[in-house]
Write a protein that binds this ligand. Structure first.
Ligand code: PLP
Length: 381
């Protein structure tokens, strides 16, 4: 037998067993997974076509419909992080030269612009200063001007902490034969969402924020209008892995093999969704709201102010202005190194201007807020 090469030996001899510090994740995500979710993920995998696993997939579908408040048949988890589910909406909905209008008032709106361009869309971008949202009148003017096949908006812009109101947008889109695509990565489970009542046609999310799971199994849904557009395509979906005409046969009655699902992540997602259902969706939303208001009060008592106007602030993610003369990065480092608390820094237009504090899923608790405020009292100058 060939000897293993000596370079590997050096690495092998130095390798220690896994040791990860215990952190309180109060940044933009991931948040800490619920202990029951971690326990579920610690279950031995079965085959991805085992009847027990197929039944679990059905449960995930029903529970996702519940947390999104939708009856959409094509509601599944994509095997991948939120960006994979994001790309799935784009890949399946867009055909070459489709006019796609995107509201970009933060980092993730701009990511949608990038992705849509890669799939050959004729992208039209609406922008706003980071932290602001689009009014219904502004959206109407833009839709009237561009007559897009798809309007894409970010419900919860994680880079700014702003909540984009969606009431009335679905009706507007229907008037113009436009599909409405919405990013709910930082809203699902923590912010009221009524996909069907709002007329949303395509939505995606993630597992590691409001749902309190680990990253890697990401909710995706498509309305019958969006499915119709998919069925009428002239060209194949350009991304094989995310093609819903194939994936829907794995999640639907046919149960045709597509890829090997990340079994244990799906166990975790199922448990995370079960916990939301047990708590009750409205109660879960109220808990997020109550705890974030407690956070805002505590931060104001420390002399800090929030970046987003109160009406549009997210319950899941708060952008806190870094006071003049304070080194925001150094404070975040100190929180991590001395207190095992992670918070985020600003991105793009808000780089070095804000901290981003997340209270998502399992971490939306008064104890998390108390722990952060106590640590901030020690580290702030
Ligand atoms: N969209 C928004 C609003 C996000 O906050 C994120 C991640 O934080 C994503 C998309 C991408 O998700 P992921 O990092 O899970 O790929």
């Amino acid at each position: 037998m060939m000897p293993t090469i000596s370079i590997n030996d050096a690495q092998r001899l130095q390798l220690q067993p896994l040791e990860i510090p215990s952190r309180l994740l109060l940044g933009p995500g991931p948040s800490n997974a619920h202990p029951a979710v971690l326990q579920a993920m610690n279950t031995s995998p079965v085959g991805h076509l085992d009847p027990a696993f197929l039944a679990l997939m059905d449960e995930i579908q029903s529970l996702l419909r519940y947390v999104w408040q939708t009856e959409n048949t094509l509601t599944i988890a994509v095997s991948g992080t939120g960006s994979a589910a994001m790309e799935a909406t784009i890949a399946n909905a867009i055909e070459l030269d489709d006019v796609v209008l995107i509201g970009a008032a933060g980092y993730f709106g701009h990511r949608l612009v990038d992705m849509a361009g890669r799939y050959g869309a004729d992208v039209r971008t609406m922008t706003k200063p980071w932290g602001q949202v689009f009014t219904l009148d502004e959206l109407r003017t833009a839709v009237e001007t561009h007559r897009p096949a798809i309007l894409a908006l970010v419900h919860a812009e994680t880079s700014t902490g702003a909540r984009q109101p969606l009431e009335g947008v679905g009706e507007l889109c229907r008037e113009f034969g436009t599909l409405l695509l919405v990013d709910t990565v930082t809203s699902l489970g923590g912010v009221p969402i009524f996909l069907d009542a709002w007329g949303v046609d395509l939505a995606y999310s993630c597992s590691q924020k409001g749902l309190g799971c680990s990253p890697g199994a990401s909710p995706f849904t498509m309305s019958s209008r969006a499915v119709e557009k998919l069925q009428q395509r002239n060209t194949k979906v350009a991304n094989w892995y995310l093609d819903m005409s194939l994936l829907s046969k794995y999640w639907g009655k046919e149960r045709t093999y597509h890829h090997t699902a990340p079994i244990n992540l799906y166990y975790g997602l199922r448990e995370a969704l079960r916990l939301v259902a047990e708590e009750g969706l409205a109660n879960c939303w109220q808990r997020h709201q109550k705890n974030v208001e407690y956070l805002w009060e505590g931060l104001e008592d420390l002399g800090l102010s929030m970046h987003v106007e109160r009406e549009y602030r997210l319950p899941t993610l708060t952008t806190v202005r870094i006071p003049g003369g304070v080194d925001g990065k150094a404070i975040a480092q100190q929180l991590l190194n001395e207190h095992n608390i992670e918070i985020g820094g600003g991105l793009g237009e808000l780089a070095n201007q804000v901290w981003r504090v997340g209270l998502m899923g399992f971490n939306s608790r008064q104890e998390s807020v108390d722990q952060l405020l106590a640590a901030l009292r020690l580290v702030l100058p």
